[in-house]
Design a protein around this ligand. Structure first.
Ligand SMILES: [Zn+2]
Length: 193
């Protein structure tokens, strides 16, 4: 879509009004082209999403997706299956079918922690977490690979009530000191650890 002189002028007026500064025609044209590109990209994504959802009507069990997607649960890319719950790698899909991964895990990332989260949020190393699992102190949902080894751990908050707090919205650790922007979240450390 080529920007017309009228559209460029409209963009120039708009940018000048917003910024309170003079904007050249070239700058206005660039701004307009960027905007058009963004809208076209969003349109393409929307159309692709709609097409995919439509396809589920005839293929309710889902279908494989070509390239560029990753598993919503473990983040692995390649060989991704799409169904009404979202994007899954083959291992997470199999675990979900066996109800090892509850479907709520797809809807709400806040409903569970990853191994990485436990270290990031509470400073607990994975070796310690694995010991807690072995000792029965922490309940993990374990996704296995074809060799029967651990592919991925999920720690559902509902499985660990009283131990895992609600998930902080964001969290940063600096120089050993923790801070969180989730004010309702107190120490950031499960009390029994
Ligand atoms: Zn996965």
């Amino acid at each position: 879509m080529e920007p017309t002189p009228e559209r460029i002028q409209e963009m120039k007026d708009l940018l000048e009004k917003k910024s309170g500064k003079e904007v050249s025609a070239a700058e206005a044209e660039e701004g307009l082209r960027n905007l058009v590109n963004l809208v076209e990209l969003m349109w393409d994504i929307w159309r692709r999403d709609e097409k995919r959802k439509k396809r589920l009507e005839t293929e309710p069990d889902g279908f494989p997706l070509e390239g560029g997607y990753s598993c919503f649960i473990c983040g692995q890319s390649g060989d991704i299956w799409y169904d009404k719950h979202g994007y899954s790698c083959q291992l997470c899909l199999a675990a979900r079918k066996k109800r090892i991964i509850p479907v709520v895990a797809y809807r709400k990332k806040e409903a569970w922690y990853t191994m990485f989260d436990l270290e990031r949020f509470f400073g607990v190393k994975s070796a310690t977490v694995r010991k807690f699992i072995r000792d029965g102190k922490l309940k993990a949902r374990i996704v296995l690979n074809e060799a029967g080894k651990t592919h991925y751990y999920l720690f559902m908050i509902k499985d660990n009530v009283g131990l895992l707090p609600a998930k902080p919205k964001s969290y940063t650790v600096r120089n050993g000191a923790s801070s969180s922007d989730a004010s309702s979240h107190e120490s950031g450390s499960p009390s029994e650890w």
